[in-house]
Design a protein around this ligand. Structure first.
Ligand SMILES: Cc1cc2nc3c(=O)[nH]c(=O)nc-3n(C[C@H](O)[C@H](O)[C@H](O)COP(=O)(O)O)c2cc1C
Length: 186
């Protein structure tokens, strides 16, 4: 079966070292910038977080949690800090809201970012890594955006966790596309 038809998510806690080396990461990012992009505006930012930077990301997740919930318990803080530490490498995919091409609406920028994120997932799978696209509250949190040097109106499309799967991972029941397909004829 082709890698296109065998892609599946592997949860971040099942992703272990080694993460992608520079060459494989570059391959994934080359795939990302092949995303369709209306107006050639290149709205994407791929924020690569690995090694010691993961601890800084954990600090940022904690800071954001405490801004949202100043009375967070030690357990909640520990859980939040643990999120970005789960896999060897994390790519935050974001899109910029810029004023240079106002005719390209934000939703088209987000769609292009989504296509880039999917290309990263596919390229990771092709190279033998496991990966998963996650959002959750942190993706919409202004403290996280600011910490990643994103503007308030920029959007985080997702956090893509990448690593070596330590197990096969769950294969979900894939639907028959016919159930969602309409051959329209007027
Ligand atoms: C925009 C977006 C955000 C997502 N956010 C989460 C998330 O925060 N947590 C989660 O468990 N799954 C999330 N998912 C779903 C997983 O990435 C994954 O697609 C799902 O678990 C189904 O697995 P599969 O990719 O093998 O079909 C998100 C998917 C998309 C497209």
């Amino acid at each position: 079966m082709s890698y296109l038809l065998s892609r599946k998510s592997i949860v971040p806690q099942w992703l272990i070292a080694p993460g992608p080396d520079d060459e494989d990461l570059d391959y994934m990012l080359q795939a990302a910038v092949r995303a369709p992009d209306h107006g050639w505006i290149r709205p994407w930012r791929f924020i690569v977080i690995q090694g010691e930077a993961k601890e800084k990301m954990a600090d940022l997740f904690e800071k954001a949690l405490l801004a949202r919930k100043p009375d967070a318990t030690a357990e909640e803080i520990e859980k939040e800090r643990g999120k970005p530490l789960r896999a060897p490498l994390l790519v935050t995919v974001a899109v910029k809201k810029t004023d240079d091409k106002p005719d390209i609406p934000m939703n088209e920028r987000v769609l292009s970012g989504g296509a880039a994120a999917q290309n990263i997932l596919l390229a990771a799978h092709e190279k033998g890594y496991g990966a998963m696209w996650v959002t959750g509250t942190p993706a919409y949190d202004p403290v996280i955006k600011a910490g990643l040097n994103l503007g308030e109106e920029d959007q985080i499309v997702g956090f893509i966790y990448i690593g070596t799967p330590d197990r096969e991972g769950k294969e979900r029941n894939r639907p028959d596309p016919a159930e969602y397909t309409i051959h329209w004829n007027g």
